[in-house]
Design a protein around this ligand. Sequence first.
Ligand code: PLP
Length: 429
Amino acid sequence: MDHFQYQDGRLYGEGVDLTALCDQVGTPVYVYSRQTLLDHYQSLSRAFAPLDPLICYSIKSCGNVHILRLLAEAGAGMDIVSGGELHRARKAGADPEKIVYAGVGKTDAEIRAALDAGIGYFNIESENEFETIAALARQAGATAHAALRVNPDVYDPDTHAKTTTGRKETKFGVDIDRAAAFFARYGKDEHLRLDALHLHIGSPIYSADAYAQAIEKALGLIDQLRASGFAIAALNIGGGYGADYTTDQTPPYTLYAERIVPLLRPFVEGGGKVILEPGRTIAANAGVLLSRVLYTKTGGTRRFVIVDTGMHHLVRPAMYDAFHFMWPTVVAADFVPSQRGLEMNLAGLETVDVVGPICETGDILASQRALPPMQRGEVLATFTAGAYGMVMASNYNAMPRPAEVLLNGDQWTTIRRRETYDDLTALEE
Ligand SMILES: Cc1ncc(COP(=O)(O)O)c(C=O)c1O
C-alpha cells in the first residue's frame, strides 16, 4: 500500500520520524514517499508489461517538478492538460514524445507551445478543437499526432458524479457514435494526423469491468475505422485506477491487467501502441498531509478538533465527500492502527469532527470520526493525500499553502518551500 507505518507508536514515512520532521519543517506539510511512488509506478508497469504500454503519469494528480523528474527518470511519459503542465513536464526533463495532451479548453498559445515542443499526442475533445489545432500546425509547418477522445457511454456506479467522465452527457470528448463521421471528415489531415483513440471513463474505478466495457467498444470502433481505411496506431485507455483510501481497497494491478491485457493483446500484436494515464494510483498513497491540532472544543453535542489545515489544502472531503483516514502521529500502544478504515474497533476512541480554520461551515476534513483523544499541539496525519491534494490547494482566507517534502529512506528534502505572506501579495504589486 505505502511506506507510512507506525513503529513503537510513532508514525514513520520510510525511515523518517514524521513528528520530529514536523518539529523541523513546521505544519501543515505534505510529505511524499519516493519509494511508494516508484513501487506503484513499477508494479503497474509490471502488470501491464505484456502490452509494453507507454505509461503517461497524469501530472494533474500531483505535479511537483521533483516528483515528475523521479517518474520521468523511471521511464514515465506525462499526461498534461495545460500549458502550465507542459512547462512542468519539460522542467522535469520529460521526453516530449512521451507527452499526451488532453483537456477541453486548450488555448492557441498552449497549442503552439505543445506543437513547438513536439509532443506525442493531442487528445482531441471536439470538432472545433481539431480544426483549430490542425490550422495552427499548418501555420507552424508542423506535423502532430492526434487521438480522438471518445465517450464510450460506460457508467461505473461507484464513481463520484463529479469525477465520472465516460458518459455521453459529459463535456469531455465526442460521443462514440460520432467517431466514424469525425474520422471521415478529418482523418486525412496532413498536419494533424488523426491516428489514435483516447478513453478516460472516470476516477477512481475499482473494478476492471468498466474498463473492459469501454475497451471493447473502442476495439469495435477501431475495426470499423480500419475497414474504412484509417490507420489506428495507438489506443490510450486513460487513468482512473484506484488508491487505498482504506486498507486493500484497490484490487492488485494484476487483477485490472488480467481483464484488460487479453482484450488488447491482438491490437498490440498487430503493431498498435497502448497508452495508460494513471495519476491517483501512483501518487495518492505516496503522500500524507501533516497538520497540528490548534484547539479542541465542544459545540452542542459535537466535539471538534481544529487543525491548522483544511479545505484550502485538501479539498477532497468538502468537494467529493471523500474519505481520508486520519490518525495522530504519536499514539499509545493500544491505539496503533492495525488497518486504515472508517470503523476502527478500538476502545477509548472519541468521536469528533476534524475541521480547519477556514470561515466556511463546509471546512470539514472528517465528520463524526472515531479518533484517539487529541490535545492542542499534537500532529494529525491525513493519509492517501498525495493525489488531488496539493495540486488543488488554494490561498483562500489568505492562508499560505503548505510546504512539500520528499522522503528517501531516512533522508528528506524540501521540494517546495512553505509559502510566505509576501508570496500571497507578490503578484499584486
Ligand atoms: C484524461 C484524463 N486522464 C487521466 C486522468 C488521471 O486520472 P487518475 O488520477 O484517476 O488516474 C484524468 C483525471 O481526471 C483525466 O481526466
